[in-house]
Design a protein around this ligand. Structure first.
Ligand SMILES: [Zn+2]
Length: 411
């Protein structure tokens, strides 16, 4: 003796008595009968195993539990193996387990050992390992689909349980920069549908970091007003920003004022995402009332396409300088053209973008102009575009989803 049950294990003989009436022998009626058996079987099986381990524990000189009142861990007697029922989520469904109770011989207080044997915290109804699984499920597909698929496998978990598991799981996830990965990344936002306000009223903002071995990880996530502040996206990462020996190259179209405030401490090069500029330009041209695909529209968009196309791997400094000089000149001409036509939104958009458009290329860093964050945004949109959300609901479901796809979270 003296072996803990967890060490060597115990063997359970499980006899099952079950009565069920079937009208026919078809596959579907057998499966339907089995679905009836399942809940009963699950509860009985749990209880049988718990009693087995409970008895094993009671036979030990030192118990794997102690009295909450006096600390005694040796002298107990059984109070009951079939006490008041307690509800616990057993993944396939809720089960109601009669509590195992023991009595402390030293002080006489009662102790329920069901949750202790299960390794669940007192009073918890859904163990962490279960709500994380349900939370991951709810982030991978819609709540309705999750419930439907579960039902097809005789699994009785309702949408609300999955929903609350998502909120709980998300509260345990936080993103920030990893100091062991590259000092390079991108930030971008995507408009999402929020209950009660028009589409594009809020946006999900994502900050990704490039990994040494290729690929990306998520370093920040936030939800906020369209064109609003991006502070919280970078907040967790400020210390890591400071620690990088090389300057951090941040490709973004977002507001990085939080980082401006730390310019003396944090070395950051902000590069406008060139990939976005012609796309955004279409939006500001529309705001200026320029007809789609008119001669004026085509002129501005095609010029911007060419200005923003950077040929990668040009390694001659002189050539780079010449290229940028010519691009800047062309950009000035486009801005002048827009001003002449009275395209005020377009002018202010381009003037605002101008200072950060060629910073990374100039510094001979990677002048890559395709967007990796776009791929991440598609992963976000596949889940959030299926319904209208509360801000917190959309943020939470995206947290888990991105942690799973990009940061190695699993359940
Ligand atoms: Zn006691």
């Amino acid at each position: 003796m003296g072996v803990t049950p967890q060490g060597k294990g115990i063997t359970i003989n499980f006899d099952c008595q079950f009565e069920v009436r079937l009208k026919e022998s078809t596959l579907s009626s057998i499966l339907a009968a089995f679905a009836e058996l399942l809940p009963q079987l699950l509860t009985d099986f749990f209880q049988k195993v718990l009693i087995g381990f409970g008895e094993h524990a009671m036979a030990l000189k030192k118990k794997p539990f102690a009295c909450g009142c006096c600390g005694n861990a040796k002298e107990f007697t059984w109070k009951t193996r079939h006490g008041k029922k307690t509800q616990i989520h057993a993944f396939y469904r809720w089960v109601e387990l009669p509590q195992l109770q023991v009595l402390c011989k030293r002080c006489g207080s009662k102790l329920s050992i069901t949750r202790k044997l299960l390794g669940i915290e007192p009073k918890k109804r859904i163990p962490a390992e279960i709500y994380r699984k349900l939370g991951l499920l709810g982030s991978l597909t819609s709540y309705r689909v999750a419930e439907k698929i579960g039902g097809m496998f005789g699994w009785a978990v309702d949408k609300m349980t999955i929903w609350s598991a998502v909120q709980k799981t998300a509260s345990e996830i936080d993103f920030k920069l990893d100091d062991k990965e590259l000092p390079q990344g991108e930030a971008d936002g995507t408009g999402i549908g929020i209950k009660g306000i028009a589409k594009r009223g809020k946006e999900l903002k994502v900050f990704i970091q490039y990994k040494k071995g290729g690929g990306v990880r998520v370093a920040g996530l936030d939800i906020g007003n369209y064109n609003g502040a991006w502070n919280r996206l970078f907040q967790n990462s400020i210390e890591v920003f400071k620690g990088f020996r090389r300057r951090f190259l941040l490709v973004t179209d977002g507001d990085t004022s939080i980082l401006d405030g730390l310019k003396d401490k944090v070395k950051i090069i902000v590069q406008r995402c060139l990939w976005h500029i012609p796309h955004q330009a279409k939006y500001v041209l529309w705001q200026d009332g320029v007809k789609h695909k008119s001669a004026e529209w085509l002129h501005v968009v095609s010029e911007l396409m060419e200005i923003c196309a950077i040929r990668p791997f040009v390694d001659c400094q002189k050539t780079i300088e010449k290229m940028i000089e010519s691009k800047r000149k062309r950009l000035e001409e486009v801005i002048g053209y827009c001003r002449g036509k009275g395209y005020t939104h377009s002018v202010s958009y381009l003037e605002n973008a101008r200072p950060d458009m060629f910073t990374a290329v100039e510094k001979r860093l990677n002048g890559k102009t395709t967007s990796k964050v776009e791929r991440v945004m598609r992963t976000v949109n596949m889940r959030v575009n299926v319904s209208k959300w509360s801000a917190a609901g959309a943020l939470n479901v995206t947290k888990i989803r991105l942690a799973y796809y990009y940061n190695g979270f699993d359940a």
